[in-house]
Every structure is written in C-alpha cells, then in structure tokens.
Design a binder for this molecule. Structure first.
Ligand code: SF4
Ligand code: ZN
Length: 266
C-alpha cells in the first residue's frame, strides 16, 4: 500500500485505531526514510467530544514529531456538525442521522485536508470490523456501486481525489485496541454523542454476535467481498466524475452530496 517515496496523510481522529496506525506508520519511517507523514484531524464541531480528541491527537503528533493539520466543518462549510443537526431537525429534515451528514462531510474534509498537505495518499485506520460493517451496510442499502468501489486501496479516478489506503483492513478492532493499550498510547475512549443513532451500531452488534458464535465470520465476509469485487467492478458502471457546480469538488452528479445536504440546512 505504501511506496518508498509516498507523502502520506494519516487521518487521525484521536481514537485508538487511528493513533495505533499513526504510531505504526511513524515506526516505518526508520526503514522508509523517503516516506513522509502528516496527520490530519477533522474537527466536525461536536461539543464536549471533539475538543478532547483534538488535544490527544495533537499531543501524540508532537511526541512522534509529525506535523498535524486540522480541517474543520465550520471553516470548510460554515457550520459545525452540531449546528447542521440542529438546523436539519428544526427544518424537519430528520430523515438522516447525524452520522449520515458527518460521513459525507468528513470524507470530503479529509480529501481537502490531504490535498492541502500535498499528500499523494491518505491512510485511514478502518479495521477489519469497520470494513465488514461497511460491506453489510452497503448490502442493506442496496448500494452495489459503493460495494464495488470501497476497497482497501482506491483507484485513481480524479486528479482532485487523493488515493485512499486502509492498512488495518485485515486487523480486527480488538487487536488495534490491544496495540494501543500495550504501547500505552493515549487515546480518546469517550464515544461520540451521536454514535448510538447509527445503523452501523446495529450491524456491529449483529456481526459481533456472529463472530462469537462462529469464529472467523469477519474474515470470511471480508475475503468473500475481496474475491467478488473484480466481478462487481465489471458489473457496475464506472462513476463518471464531474465538477460540482457549487463547490468545484469532484462529484458524480452536477451537485455534490455535501452541497446538496448543506442546501437543506442553510
Ligand atoms: Fe460522526 Fe457519527 Fe462518528 Fe460521531 S459517530 S464522529 S457523528 S460518524
Ligand atoms: Zn459541492
């Protein structure tokens, strides 16, 4: 996933997975001296939660001597996530959960942050558990396009989209947590106040119950999709990227998802 001369942006939330990844990639610098790292944290603007994570992310970066770049929803979109949710709910736009807004807006923010940092790849700490949850969510949503394209190393599809890699995609979340604990990495363990609303939570519970009863379930699902993906990629029409008429970022439609969401809350 990592070439010898990559300039990697690491998406660091301040949680155990992203900080374990940052510490492991920092070690890699010893035998990959031409690989450089920068940490990127997205400040969604979640009161009582993100501030602590930002401090923890910053202190880990300082310790590892890695530059830390913060991009905020407020700076990029004009609203914090809290403000977006409050406005959406008062406008009766309550169909979407906070995580639906957050996921779309954060994906774009990470890409913009990685571009600002002149990174040629962005590494995220999605674990095996996250990957399997995403696969099942895409199936439950009937979203075959995303099932095909959300892979451990994304394709180069647009000059403004920084390529994504997921070095932890085969690492169970428990092992990533174990690494953080054994290395005494300081991380945020407080859950996001919006987390309980997410469909992902239900799916996580279901997969964990399956894994407890039938060990190996997570790997089996992950490997099955990896094998199926080439066929899926041939089946779905490749997304034709355009430029969003409002923000100028890459988009599958004339208006990107972020701008469409923000229109409802303005
Ligand atoms: Fe965003 Fe949802 Fe994660 Fe909170 S739990 S940071 S709202 S995606
Ligand atoms: Zn847009």
């Amino acid at each position: 996933m990592v070439n010898f001369n990559d300039h990697l942006a690491v998406a660091v939330s301040g949680g155990k997975d992203s900080l374990s990844l940052l510490h492991i990639l920092a070690k890699m610098r010893r035998f990959r001296p031409k690989t450089s790292l920068i940490a990127i944290t997205v400040d969604e603007g979640i009161k009582g939660y993100r501030d602590e994570a930002l401090e923890i992310a910053a202190s880990n970066c300082k310790k590892l001597e890695i530059a830390h770049h913060v991009v905020s929803f407020k700076g990029l979109y004009g609203f914090t996530l809290d403000e977006i949710i409050e406005r959406a709910r008062s406008n009766d736009e309550t169909e979407l959960t906070a995580c639906s807004y957050c996921g779309v807006l954060r994906r774009k923010a990470i890409n913009i942050g990685a571009r600002q940092a002149h990174a040629n790849k962005v590494a995220t700490a999605h674990t095996l558990d996250d990957e399997v949850q995403t696969v099942l969510m895409n199936i439950f949503h009937g979203d075959i396009m995303r099932l095909a394209k959300e892979k451990p190393v994304t394709n180069e599809v647009h000059p403004l989209l920084v390529r994504k890699i997921k070095p932890f995609c085969e690492i169970p979340e428990k092992e990533s947590a174990l690494y953080a604990y054994t290395k005494k990495i300081k991380f945020q363990d407080m859950p996001c106040p919006y987390a309980s609303e997410a469909l992902r939570n239900d799916i996580r519970g279901m997969i964990n119950r399956m894994e407890a009863k039938h060990a190996g379930t997570k790997f089996t699902v992950f490997k099955a999709i990896e094998r199926l993906r080439p066929a899926l990629e041939e089946t779905v029409r490749a997304e034709n990227f355009k430029t969003c008429i409002e923000c100028g970022e890459p988009s599958a439609l004339d208006l990107c998802k972020t701008c469409e969401m923000l229109r409802h809350v303005r």
